[in-house]
Design a protein. Sequence first.
Length: 220
Amino acid sequence: MEGITAGSFCAVMSRLNLVSAWVTPFIRVSEGVRRPARLRVRLRAFSPLPVVVQVMGTDIPMLAATAARLAAEPGVIGIDLNCACPSPIVVANGAGGGRLRQPRWIRDALLALRQACPATGLSVKVRVGIASEEELPGICEAVREGQPDFVMLHYRTVEERYQAVPDGLRRLARARALLPGLPLFGSGDLYTVEAAARMYAVAAVDGVTPARGLVANPWL
């Protein structure tokens, strides 16, 4: 959603009362902790609605310091750790979906983020694996140990990116079983209300996260 959920798109959606809060596109944390003024510029498009700010990177101390600065900003109600972006450039640099290669890193990052901003909501977005669904148990174990407030799971692997996946809901149902007690939001091909209803029915998710579907139909 980078380059889409920003600026006029968000302003119009907010003005029409089509959303009540935002999850921002990821903020790259790679070359240092951004100054508060620069972070405020990134948040401006979402005002005055509450926001969960998504961060992405590989350096845990920098991520934690950035999260602490973000948590101090008005309107920020949560921090989301992006471990799902399938962009080849991002993955090659070890960020986004590339973090799934090291599930223990995800656990450690979540624990550090929690310590950095204990009064702010904490979540993580992941995929079922880099190349195979069989990576899912290790990913889910790390997520459980990291103790986020909720999990967003895209049912494709990183390598599948956005291609058709016939058994996506079964994968989500498997994740539901591997994440007992953690609120789970499902992601993948949510273009209609009927698709969301199927996801709830088959995978027993607690919520859904339409992304491209919302761009296709802002009234979704």
